[in-house]
Design a protein around this ligand. Structure first.
Ligand SMILES: [Zn+2]
Length: 128
């Protein structure tokens, strides 16, 4: 596992520092969209400032995305494409992967001529 994570960081242009390995491993094993404070509480040997700096690097490398739930910034491993449905009744962010985004990416590319490098999809719903 550790070896795979090192390779994953390197493929995304990042040096595999111990903090990056620990934070990335945490996000892969916690699909709960934690805040930086929650990550820091669980990984109490890493300072909050280091958690923030590490998350910024992981976001730049597109391994992690930041999601705003309306009040807080939350973080998510994004190596496996999926979309988010935000339950506005409870604030929960749900991962869903039952949709093929390729037609959307191709349409965006055709419309703009840009090379698409990433995407985020958030859908909102309420409980009846
Ligand atoms: Zn997610």
């Amino acid at each position: 596992m550790e070896q795979d994570l090192k390779a994953l960081l390197q493929e995304h242009g990042l040096k595999a520092t111990s903090q990056r390995l620990i934070v990335l491993d945490y996000l892969i094993s916690h699909q709960t969209h934690p805040t930086a404070e929650q990550i820091h509480e669980d990984l109490d040997n890493i300072s909050l400032a280091t958690v923030y700096n590490t998350l910024e690097k992981l976001i730049e490398s597109e391994l992690v995305i930041a999601i705003n739930d309306g009040s807080k910034r939350r973080y998510d491993y994004y190596g496996d494409p999926h979309y988010h449905v935000v339950n506005k009744t409870t604030g929960e962010i749900i991962n869903v992967d039952n949709f093929d985004f390729r037609p959307l990416i191709e349409a965006a590319q055709q419309a703009t001529g840009l090379t698409i490098t990433g995407y985020k999809v958030e859908i909102y719903g309420i409980e009846d």
